[in-house]
Design a protein around this ligand. Structure first.
Ligand code: SAM
Length: 310
């Protein structure tokens, strides 16, 4: 097994928290709307409230919570924004108002991402394209938990440069991004990024990234139109039946399995096997737990990559 890769910090580790720059503009906006209030952060849920909210939200998303404190920390922003003092009041609201559910889902997701994250996978994608582009005239790549879009645009930039070097039209390659969280999908579709997101790009890729970004003002960059045209974003929940049947060439499903239990991981892994064409490639996060029951028909290729063999 190839282990020559950069370690990605686990979600919720202190390192990830310090680096949660993807969310800075949104977090700053929320803080302006609801200034920090120490009593708000002290709101705790009791065991019954925890069990109710856990059942509801884990049931909808697959995302697990370690304990009450974990879920309270995640949902605290909703209570602050809604100016609710107790979880009893929040539960009453969510029961009477289903429109709150997607907002609760947005609060519990961890959207940490950055451009050219674990770029070893993008190098593998180029090699895969070299070998396989001629096997189909509609090559499809899916980023299955694409967060605010940095992963999808990194794929599109890689594909663009790869096809320019080979005089192939990049539009023969379709790139789809999806996520459960509507707020990050909106940011992905806008393709507007704070300069901090550019700063944290791995240094070997920063100049490459800047070729495809336009500076809007002091703080923001936008993805150039020809790269935006190569991608589309859709809402999709990975707990549901995957909407593809042997039609995908490459799936990126990175840094999301770690939030799910083993059953759901196995279910998604099996669904992804069905979604890929024979010979297709599934790329998972470098620190991702490997499914326990590796379905027959996948060959491990190293660096958390799996090839469908039949
Ligand atoms: C840590 S981000 C990973 C982003 C990107 N793949 C990367 O590796 O940089 C995890 C993403 O998974 C999404 N997610 C969590 N549960 C999901 C589900 N059930 N269906 C689809 N997306 C989900 C979250 O909204 C979040 O944006």
């Amino acid at each position: 097994m190839d282990t020559t890769h950069t370690k990605t910090p686990m979600p919720d580790s202190p390192l990830v928290k310090k680096n949660r720059t993807a969310d800075i503009p949104a977090a700053a906006e929320a803080a302006l709307r609801a200034p920090f209030n120490i009593t708000a952060d002290m709101r705790e849920m009791d065991e019954d409230q925890f069990l109710f909210l856990q059942k509801l939200l884990t049931g909808k998303t697959g995302i697990r919570f370690r304990d009450r404190a974990h879920l309270s920390r995640k949902l605290g922003s909703r209570l602050r924004i809604l100016k609710l003092e107790t979880y009893a009041a929040y539960i009453k609201l969510i029961k009477n108002n289903p429109a709150e559910i997607p907002l609760a889902i947005e609060a519990i997701t961890t959207n940490e991402t950055f451009f050219f994250r674990d770029f070893i996978h993008l190098v593998a994608l180029e090699k895969y394209l070299d070998k396989n582009i001629h096997t189909t005239n509609s090559f499809k790549i899916w980023s299955a938990a694409s967060s605010s879009g940095e992963e999808v645009y990194s794929i599109a930039m890689t594909v663009h440069a790869w096809s320019a070097a080979r005089r192939i039209s990049p539009h023969t390659i379709k790139i789809i991004g999806s996520d459960i969280d509507r707020a990050v999908l909106k940011r992905a579709t806008n393709g507007l990024y704070h300069h901090y997101q550019v700063e944290r790009t791995p240094k070997d890729y920063k100049a490459f990234l800047l070729r495809y970004l336009k500076k809007n003002d002091e703080d923001y960059f936008s993805v150039k139109a020809h790269i935006k045209k190569m991608v589309c974003f859709k809402r999709f929940n990975l707990t549901q039946t995957l909407p593809f049947n042997q039609t995908l060439d490459v799936i990126f499903c990175r840094n999301v399995f770690l939030y799910f239990n083993q059953n759901l991981r196995n279910q998604i892994f099996t669904g992804m096997h069905r979604a890929l064409r024979p010979g297709g490639l599934l790329i998972m996060g470098l620190c991702e737990p490997v499914p326990l029951d590796l379905p027959l028909g996948f060959k491990y290729m190293g660096n958390s990559m799996y090839m469908k063999t039949d």
